[in-house]
Structure formats: C-alpha cells, structure tokens
Ligand binder design. Structure first.
Ligand code: NAD
Ligand code: UGA
Length: 459
C-alpha cells in the first residue's frame, strides 16, 4: 500500500508542525492540513512566515520548503478527506468542562465529529490515524462509528501519538527518540512506517497493538510530569533545610538509572497536555475502580498546584505580606521558552493569585500578545475582564515593565532575561528591589551583589 495523499484534520501545534515535516521529508506525497478555523488557515498560508500561527524555532524554514510544493493548508475538510488515502486526526482533546467526568475525562466530541465526517464523506478505503492524545480504547469507538456507515468503505485505524515538545518541535520531529505506531492491520502499519522511514531510522520506529500505543502516550506524559513534581516537592524541602535543589538534581541525575533530564525545579509545569493527560489517566483508573492507582497519579497534579500557589505566596510574604497597589513585573507568560503557547502556563495562576491581593501586574513576554494574556485571565472567571484590564498592563519592552516596579518575577525561562542590564534595572526599581526567579535562570549571586533581594526555587 503506497500512500499518495495525506489529509490531516486539525492545523494546531501538532497538526501544523508534524505535517510540515512529513511533507518536507516525503516530497512525493501530497499533504493537506485542514481546519475549521479560517483565521488559523490564513495564518498558515501567510506569505510572511513571521505570521505563522505557531511559533517554533526552525518551523518557518520547513514550511518555506514544502508549502505550495506538496504541503497545503485549507478549510475544505470534505475535499481533503475525499482525496486522501491516509487521514490523520490531530484535533484538540481538552479536559471535559461539563457532565460526566467534568474536570478529568478527555472531551472526545471533536474526535467523534471528525470520525462522523470521514464516515459520511469517504468513498474509497482509508487509513485513519489517531495523532491526537486519546484515552486508551478510543480506537474502538472510532471503529464502531466508521464501520456503521454502510457505504462499503474499509477503514483501518492506527494509533500514532505525537511526542514532540513545544519550543523544540522541529528538532524533535527531525530526530525523534522513537515513533510509535499501534495497529492491527500489518499493511496499514507498514504504509505509515514507510512514511516515517523517509528520515527516521527503522530501529526507532516501534510498532505495538492499538491499546499499548494509546496508553503509552498518556503514560509518557505522566512520567515526565511526575519527574517535575518530584523535583518540585524536593525544592520545598531544600528551602527549609539549606540544601540547593540544583545541586541535588545534579547529584541524582548523574546516576544513569535516574538520568539528568527533566529535573529542573520550577514554578510548576504548564502546557496544554501534562495536566489534561494525567487527569485523563486518573479518570480511566477510577473508571476501572483502581483507587490507589488514581490517587497516586493525582498527587502529581496536587503538588503542581501547590508549587504555583507557593510561589505566589512567597512573593506576598517576602514583600511584607502585602502587594496591594504594588507593581510586580512579570518576565514571561508562555508556559516555557521558545513558544507562544500559554495554555495552563504557571504565569496565569501566579498572576491570578497576586491580583486577588490587588497587585498591579505588568507583563512582558517576547512572543505572547496582550490579547492572549487578557484572554487567559478572563477565561479563569475570577474577576470581570474590566478588572483584569485595570490591574494588568502588558508592555513590549522589558525595561518598561521593570521601571518603578517593586518586584520582578521570572515566570518563563526565556534566554534573553539573563542578558538584561540588571544594573540599570536596579536603578529604576523601587527599593528594596525584589527579584523572584521562578525558573532558576538568573545569576542569584550576581544580583545579590548588585543589591537585589533575590529569591529563587529550592535554594
Ligand atoms: P490545537 O488546539 O492547537 O489544534 C487543534 C485544531 O483542531 C484547532 O485548530 C481546531 O480548530 C481544530 N479542529 C477541531 N475540531 C475540528 C474539526 N472537526 N474539523 C477541523 N478542525 C478541527 O491542539 P494541539 O496542541 O495541536 O493538540 C492536538 C492534539 O495533539 C491533542 O490531543 C493533544 O493532546 C495532542 N498533543 C499535543 C502536543 C503539543 O505539544 N501541543 C504534543 C503531543 C500531542
Ligand atoms: C510535553 C512532553 O515533553 C512531550 O513529549 C509531549 O508530546 C507533549 O507534552 C504533549 O503531549 O503535549 P511540552 O508540554 O510541549 O511537551 O513541553 P515540556 O518541555 O515537556 O514542558 C512542560 C512543562 O514542564 C513546562 O512548563 C516546563 O517549563 C516544565 N518543566 C519541564 C519543568 O518545570 N522542569 C523540567 O525539568 C522540565
């Protein structure tokens, strides 16, 4: 089975970059990425590559190479489905906000809509690939929807979860630790293996059954998030014992069984997936009556929430137990560096906590727009959008944010924060000048020498 045309439903942070790389590496396959969101598709088609809807280092070059050659972005979902031999589903699978499983289960309405649309449009056999992160056994529901169309078309379902991290998406896609493909039909599996083999060494392409593949994706995210919560739990212990969490991380990371990655203490993990996927894992475990398993994984989220509010509380306590009317400059709003994505960013929750205390928060982030920042705060529903605009200012220049500020708080580990002229910043700030480094990226010794009152995580 040789694939000639691919469709991908969902042109978001996963669909856009993954399909761009598949198209780049398979110039003989036509790849069409479709989305309902016209503005997003227009941005993917923008001649100015600075306007792509996703900011990822290296993405512009990949799009420039493949777009218009064999990579297309469109809102014509039906046409793309009709023409494709293989259809990736890469739509969002957020946590349910209503009904059974509210706050924990994954909301599969977008997935089901895709399946129904494929079922109604398809006139020839298709391979349908789950690219979105899904609860284990979702393929069963997809199969059932697709099988009952009655128009004689055969569908093969594969699970091919995505492991890229934002900010490093292009290098992760170009050089993945592994590609995972779950399925039942060997011909369909081979067809997808073929596409990845255009650039991924064969030994890194793992094939499993459908359920292992679906579950492995949730488990990978749970293990990664668990490491962050584990080191963050230790950061609190370090603060009361005089140990230094970076030194502890370095010491344990040298043990090859533990490994040194993902041991960076922080204000708490964010991003669209860690929390959502663990909540989903917890929900699945509970639905099978596995109470201890569910409680174990839920603790990763509880600790992360604690870390975010602990950081906000530390700011308040250090500033003499009141931040009312005080200007606090936020350096960073994105959930990590090198992305414009703010979903579940710790900055949102820390800001919300401080705004409850009537602080004036001034935000600078090199890649996040003011509209996005207000949208994130409004979405919480803690106060009116008018109040959010009264208390929060967004600026395009970090020095404007820090001028006359009582405190600076680092919420994202953008490299540029290290390069600032902290002597000039100190001169312009109110005294005592506080710096709260929620990412342990600044040189604390240097800042203390300059006269800052410096606080970081786990030291
Ligand atoms: P996203 O919200 O950025 O993009 C999803 C897109 O799907 C949106 O543009 C939306 O308009 C579109 N869409 C929804 N329903 C549609 C429909 N019926 N027809 C056409 N378009 C539709 O989401 P994302 O970050 O790309 O995540 C997608 C999936 O990939 C999720 O399941 C997520 O868990 C998983 N994932 C995400 C990442 C990541 O880094 N963001 C990494 C690995 C896996
Ligand atoms: C994560 C996984 O790393 C990807 O493999 C996965 O595909 C993706 O989720 C997904 O399914 O969406 P991502 O959320 O983009 O990727 O970014 P990470 O690098 O994992 O960072 C997540 C959060 O943890 C960030 O807020 C980051 O700052 C924080 N983090 C990470 C730490 O606080 N300390 C660390 O040591 C590592």
């Amino acid at each position: 089975m040789k694939i000639k045309k691919i469709a991908c439903i969902g042109a978001g942070y996963v669909g856009g970059p993954t399909m761009s790389v598949i198209a780049q590496k398979n110039p003989n396959i036509q790849v069409t990425v479709v989305d309902l969101n016209q503005a997003r598709i227009d941005a993917w088609n923008d001649n100015n590559l600075d306007n792509l809807p996703v900011y990822e280092p290296g993405l512009d070059a990949v799009v420039a190479e493949a777009r218009g050659r064999n990579l297309f972005f469109s809102t014509d979902v039906n046409k793309a489905i009709d023409e494709a031999d293989m259809i990736f589903i890469s739509v969002n699978t957020p946590t349910k906000t209503y009904g059974k499983g509210k706050g924990q289960a994954a909301d599969l309405k977008y997935i089901e809509l895709c399946a129904r649309q494929i079922a109604s449009v398809a006139k020839s056999d298709k391979i349908v690939v789950e690219k979105s992160t899904l609860p284990v056994r979702t393929a069963e529901a997809l199969k059932s929807i697709l099988k009952n169309t009655g128009n004689g078309v055969n569908f093969h379902i594969l699970s091919n979860p995505e492991f890229l991290a934002e900010g490093t998406a292009i290098s992760d896609l170009h050089n993945p630790d592994r590609v995972l493909i779950g399925g039942e039909d060997t011909e369909a599996i081979d067809a997808l293996v073929d596409i990845y083999e255009a650039w991924v060494p064969k030994e890194r392409i793992l094939t499993t059954n459908l359920w292992s593949s679906e579950l492995a994706k949730l488990v990978a995210n749970a293990f990664l998030a668990q490491r962050v919560s584990s080191i963050n739990a230790i950061s609190e212990l370090c603060e009361v014992t005089g140990a230094n969490v970076d030194e502890v991380a370095r010491a344990i990371g040298r043990d090859s069984r533990i490994g040194s990655k993902f041991l960076k203490a922080s204000v708490g993990f964010g991003g669209s997936c860690f929390q959502k996927d663990i909540l989903n894992l917890v929900y699945i475990a509970r639905s099978y009556n596995l109470k201890e398993v569910a409680d174990y994984w839920e603790q990763v989220i509880i600790l992360n929430d604690h870390q975010k509010s602990r950081f906000a509380e530390k700011i308040i306590q250090t500033m003499y137990n009141t931040v009312n009317g005080k200007k606090i400059a936020f350096l960073g709003w994105a959930f990590k560096k090198d992305t414009n994505d703010t979903r579940e960013s710790a900055a949102i929750y820390v800001a919300d906590h401080l705004l409850e205390e009537e602080a004036n928060v001034v935000v600078y982030d090199p890649k996040v727009s003011a509209e996005q920042i207000y949208r994130d705060l409004d979405y919480l529903g803690t106060r009116t959008s008018g109040e959010n605009r009264r208390l929060v200012t967004v600026v395009n220049n970090p020095y404007d944010a820090l001028k006359e500020a009582h405190a600076a708080a680092v919420l994202t580990e953008w490299d540029e924060f290290r390069e600032y002229d902290w002597v000039e910043i100190k001169r312009g700030m109110k005294k005592p000048a506080f710096v709260f480094d929620g990412r342990n990226v600044l040189d604390g010794n240097q800042l203390e020498k300059l006269g800052f009152d410096f606080k970081s995580i786990g030291r």
